[in-house]
Design a protein around this ligand. Structure first.
Ligand code: IFM
Length: 442
């Protein structure tokens, strides 16, 4: 139940979810500004206009991070702050904000880990097709280059994309996320261009000879067959291919999953020579976001169908299944390693109640403790897991659920912008100090 001494503990956030200041200092419009203001798209019509007002309260937030005693802070850079139109002229004030943030982190001994794309595509690029347009990948490379040149010497760790499955499938496949397009076939084009953007950003990075590590973050969901029937096992293979291997295989093996010809027909028209070479260029680490698992059975036609949870669920309806983290880490290490791994997000939303200045979020403590234990078990089994970032530092804008789902270990009163440490944050501080130990896995 121990972590190595140099294990990196951190907390994570993303620009649109916390920054606010949506129209300040020259920031351009993003697809999430447009989407959240479109009636019916986000619960209660919430938007990220103000969010946690982190753009103005960043010093206070860095002080909170320091108080937690963590080693690193993972944040994302808003592309529309840097290039308000997505390409073309650079907004220096946008870069300056991230310089101020990074200075503050460094002054407090906290290592900055920056994600270049956590879903806030400039709306102007969406007007020209967004991720369905191959040019967007090239614009991303230009944007990445600008950020690398400006912050390259102060960032400890770079993440090109956060969860391209979400950007592609939720954004262009089922329309649950911005920009809200709905075409299953076309979303494979978006996914390919996102991966190409990752490869092009890597290419730009390598040419700059910078020393920080660089990788990509995927949201991986281990898939378990509902029974040992061959049909369920085959449906699980398909679900795993769609959710996990569709991103892992091109990044690590340089090809899309060959056992899924029914999807290859959609992506083939988008793939040009050299794309997969760029996409599979070596990375320094893989970031894994882990929240839950899926149980899969075959429907009448043999296609995968998600089955109900077998254990308690979080406020998102996601089953709490810590063993899934262990299984996933071992599987990724076995099938795609050796590659250093980070858990770049793990955490849970629960129905938190603020009472007399306290949030007694015992369920979140249990969730974290159980997942930490499985991570330690994976390390003991030989997985090169190097760090673990909690999602999230603060309650924030949870995309289509607005402010209705609270993932923070710090409670945010969105009326007053007051931050209040939940019991989970207090527990995490003690854990970091070595005062509380993990219980053995039962
Ligand atoms: O809030 C999100 C985050 O932006 C990406 N990963 C999952 C989190 C919880 O849904």
């Amino acid at each position: 139940m121990r972590f190595p001494d140099d294990f990196l503990w951190g907390v994570a956030t993303a620009s649109y979810q916390i920054e606010g200041a949506f129209n300040e200092d020259g920031r351009g419009e993003s697809i999430w500004d447009r989407f959240s203001k479109t009636p019916g798209k986000v619960l209660h019509g919430h938007t990220g206009d103000v969010a946690c007002n982190h753009y103005h309260l960043y010093k206070e937030d860095v002080a909170l991070i320091k108080d937690l005693g963590v080693d690193s802070y993972r944040f994302s850079i808003a592309w529309p702050r840097i290039l308000p139109q997505g390409s073309g002229s650079v907004n220096q004030k946008g870069l300056d904000f991230y310089k101020r943030l990074v200075d503050e982190l460094l002054a407090n001994g906290i290592k900055p880990a920056a994600t270049l794309y956590h879903w806030d595509l400039p709306q102007m690029l969406e007007n020209h097709g967004g991720w369905l347009n191959r040019d967007t990948a090239k614009h991303f490379q230009d944007y990445a280059q600008i950020v690398f040149e400006s912050l390259g010497d102060v960032i400890d760790s770079w993440i090109t994309l956060n969860e391209p499955w979400c950007s592609a499938y939720l954004g262009y496949g089922n329309g649950h996320h911005a920009p809200g397009r709905q075409s299953f076939a076309e979303h494979f084009g978006a996914a390919h261009h996102l991966l190409l953007a990752h490869g092009l950003a890597l290419q730009a990075y390598k040419q700059l000879n910078l020393s920080a590590e660089i990788g990509i973050t995927l949201n991986l969901i281990p898939q378990y067959p509902a029974s040992s029937k061959p049909a369920d096992i085959d449906a699980t293979r398909q679900a795993d291919g769609f959710q996990n291997r569709w991103y892992l295989d091109p990044v690590f093996k340089g090809h899309y999953p060959q056992d899924l010809p029914e999807f290859l027909i959609y992506v083939d028209p988008y793939v040009q020579e050299q794309d997969l070479k760029l996409i599979s260029a070596p990375i320094d680490f893989l970031g894994i976001n882990f929240y839950s698992r899926a149980i899969i059975a075959a429907d009448q036609t043999g296609k995968p169908q998600s089955q109900p949870a077998q254990y308690p669920v979080t406020a998102m309806g996601w089953e709490v299944y810590p063993q899934g983290l262990y299984d996933l880490l071992l599987r990724v290490h076995r099938d795609y390693g050796p590659i250093p791994l980070y858990i770049t997000e793990n955490g849970a939303a629960f129905h938190d109640i603020l009472e007399q200045g306290q949030v007694a979020d015992k369920e979140r403590i249990n969730y974290l403790e159980a997942h930490f234990a499985q991570a330690a078990r994976a390390i003991a089994a030989g997985v090169p897991l190097k760090g673990y970032f909690l999602w999230s530092l603060l309650d924030n804008f949870e995309w289509a659920f607005g402010y209705e789902r609270r993932f923070g270990i710090i409670y945010v009163d969105f009326e007053t912008q007051q931050r209040i440490l939940k019991d989970s944050a207090k527990w995490f501080k003690l854990f970091k100090k070595g005062v509380v130990k993990l219980s053995p896995i039962s």
